[in-house]
Design a protein around this ligand. Structure first.
Ligand code: DGL
Length: 272
């Protein structure tokens, strides 16, 4: 494995870009390959078997691009498929749950943590189990927020409708007096402003992208695999469908032009 090989990221759609943004900020020289399964988003309402199958296909696609490390930039896939991916991959695999939970456990002062995520992530109790393993005194209040995913994919970042939906989902958590809220879906940081407005400034929002990026740095430096070139890394984006909004929302969110965007045929993913 070479230092200049890219880091691979995958998500069901645009959400994983929130993780790419954190990693690129911390490690600007790394080359990045991103796969967004936009033809099959959302993952959060699918069965565990389907999420595992799609995650393995995404990982195999990225392996064929010679990635040196895989970031599962999707909480749903991290909650359900991480063990399976680690079992069959020889490269390191980083998920979202452990870094996000650890940061939340370190942040809370009153031990009351809210967790929002897809139905699959919440039903699988991924964060609850990890938080309780870290500190059995924590009180955890969780709630699925499935409508946030299409709102983020549509780029409805400042709309009134998004705020109304956010109130519906988040005010019951606010009433529990949480002081920390884990945005347990990589799409949600796209709606950061509205989420913060609804829960209030006193609630600390946790986005797994930032703690995960430190984990990426640790893994790579520990294995002598940090890219030490002094050039800004290349980013390539692959999607299983090119929805009209993908490029626009991705560019607003990343704050830069996306030039290398390619469509992957589903057939290429499903045939070994
Ligand atoms: N961004 C994903 C997550 O972190 C998936 C959202 C979805 O496809 O439902 O869970």
């Amino acid at each position: 494995m070479n230092r200049t090989n890219p880091i691979g990221f995958f998500d069901s759609g645009i959400g994983g870009l929130t993780v790419v943004k954190s990693v690129s900020r911390l490690l600007p020289n790394e080359n990045i390959i991103y796969f967004g399964d936009t033809a099959r988003v959302p993952y959060g309402s699918k069965s565990n078997d389907t999420v595992i199958e799609y995650s393995i296909q995404a990982a195999n696609f990225l392996l064929r691009k010679n990635v040196k490390l895989l970031v599962v930039a999707c909480n749903t896939a991290s909650a359900i498929a991480l063990k399976e991916l680690r079992r069959f991959l020889t490269i390191p695999v980083i998920g979202m749950i452990e870094p996000g939970a650890k940061m939340a456990a370190q942040t809370t002062k009153n031990n009351k943590i809210g967790v929002i995520g897809t139905r699959a992530t919440i039903n699988n109790k991924a964060y609850t189990n990890e938080l309780q393993r870290l500190n059995s005194k924590l009180k955890i209040f969780d709630s699925p927020c499935p409508l946030f995913v299409p709102l983020a994919e549509e780029g409805w970042i400042k709309n009134k409708a998004t705020e109304l939906i956010a109130k519906e989902y988040l005010l019951p958590l606010k009433e529990k007096e949480i002081d920390t809220l884990i945005m347990g879906c990589t799409h949600y940081p796209i709606l950061y402003e509205i989420i913060q407005k609804v829960v209030g400034k006193k609630v600390q929002l946790i986005d797994s992208g930032s703690p995960a990026s430190y984990l990426v740095e640790n893994y790579l430096s520990g294995r002598g695999l940090l890219n030490n070139s002094n050039q800004i890394g290349m980013s390539e984006f692959y999607v299983s469908d090119i929805p009209s909004k993908f490029k626009e929302v991705a560019e607003i969110f990343l704050g830069k032009k996306i030039t290398h965007i390619h469509k992957v045929e589903l057939e290429e993913l499903t045939t070994e």
